[in-house]
Design a protein around this ligand. Structure first.
Ligand code: UD1
Length: 375
């Protein structure tokens, strides 16, 4: 195989656990040079730095430091700064052969656009997912990214169907499985050694984990307040652990809901957690309540009931085969799901095919056109 220079882009928390196994798998290929670019969309220690440490990922070779901002401004900063990176090329001269992007955040879309405009081909890991809800910024990011990149690496069969329907040629499609689950299976033993349960005074199997950060759940006072009411009520029967995303924290205080939440003594409010502590919590939870895309998949792989606070999902396999149920932001549906979990009548799921810890090696095969070198 000829030498290959890859510009690998990450930007926000859910990107790191998708890129880490890929970089690790590529270490076996001396002909492949990887340059890791962090856009800086997420920059807090707890949303960014801690993941590099815990996932054993090399520090970014290049940081774009775009920071937070409105969608247009944030996207524009990535476009402008990543274009410069590509024009400069790798430090030892020449140019990049390919850009690799993951997921569906603003950085994913902006990096893809900058690259394709300069004629650099792009591989998209987690291609083809569609919620069919264009009010979600991530759906726009997915549509734009997939429509212009030339290698589509897909995590579940629905993604393939979507891309075929959109007319993508067959030779661009690769069903590789779920690379985020590679990270999960790799680090699960390490997560089991954490002492977070004793620190929080909770027993494995006897608590729920909550995360909420989507604008549709947290940006309106009434919606957020009703969701919190159900959680407060539930915490009387089942203690809850709630690591709070900065956006949600800000909204809770802005809407004057902070005191009500602080009064609920069985809800542990925490800052965003690192990968290992969070996996320690989710892997031993009785139930997960979330609006995160990644956590829907992780709970399916972990076989933990997941009540997904969304009206739709771009990851249908987690509902059809896995442990997730869509409850929207309807307090009654959330309450009903929680009741079923507590009563032991909640549905059973199973882990999808190709969510087997080997997705990264299938991605490397697609990128290099060859099977992994024998050790
Ligand atoms: C982003 C992704 C979303 C993903 C989520 C995971 C987009 C459109 N959204 O949403 O798909 O599920 O990451 O967390 O790309 N902030 C901090 N510290 C940080 C970063 C952000 O305090 O390190 C605060 C800022 O006030 C910022 C807000 O969080 O305005 C939102 O950050 P942003 O990156 O715009 O979107 P997320 O809601 O994190």
């Amino acid at each position: 195989m000829a030498d290959l220079r890859l510009a690998c882009v990450v930007g926000a928390r859910p990107n790191f656990m998708k890129m880490a196994p890929l970089l690790r798998a590529l270490e076996a290929w001396p002909e492949v040079q990887t340059v890791l670019i962090h856009t800086g969309q997420h920059y807090d220690k707890n949303l960014s730095d801690i993941f590099f440490e815990e996932l054993g990922m090399k520090r970014p070779d290049i940081s774009l430091e775009v920071g937070s901002g409105k969608h247009g401004a944030q996207t524009a900063r990535v476009l402008e700064r990543f274009e410069e990176v590509l024009e400069k090329g790798p430090v030892d001269g020449g140019s990049y052969d390919r850009v690799v992007v993951v997921g569906d955040v603003n950085s994913t879309m902006a990096a893809t656009l900058a690259a394709v405009k300069l004629g650099v081909p792009v591989a998209h890991v987690e291609a083809g997912l569609r919620s069919f809800d264009r009010e979600m910024p991530e759906e726009i990011n997915r549509l734009v990214t997939d429509s212009i990149c030339d290698m589509l690496l897909v995590s579940e069969p629905a993604g393939l169907e979507n891309l075929r329907r959109e007319g993508h040629p067959e030779d661009r499609l690769h069903l590789v499985g779920n690379v985020m689950i590679d990270t999960l299976f790799w680090l699960l033993p390490k997560a089991k050694d954490r002492d977070i349960h004793s620190k929080l005074g909770i027993q494995p199997g006897q608590y729920g984990v909550v995360t909420l950060h989507r604008p549709s759940n947290v940006d309106q006072a009434e919606t957020l307040s009703h969701l919190l009411d159900v959680l407060i009520e539930t915490s009387r029967d089942l203690p809850l652990v709630f690591p709070i995303h900065p956006r949600t924290k800000h909204r809770i205080e802005q809407f004057g809901l902070g005191d009500r939440l602080r009064d609920a003594k069985s809800i542990s409010q925490l800052p965003p957690l690192g990968y290992l502590d969070f996996l320690a919590l989710t892997s031993a939870a009785k139930v997960i309540v979330t609006d995160s895309g990644g956590l829907q998949e992780e709970s399916t792989a972990l076989d933990i009931p997941c009540l997904t606070a969304r009206a739709n999902t771009e990851r249908p396999i987690t509902v059809e085969q896995g442990t997730s149920t869509l409850v929207g932001n309807d307090p009654a549906k959330l309450q009903q799901g929680l009741r079923q979990v507590i009563d032991g009548t909640y549905k059973k799921g199973s882990c999808p095919e190709l969510w087997d810890g080997q997705a990264a090696s299938r991605i490397v095969q697609a990128l290099t056109g060859e099977s992994a070198p024998a050790n």
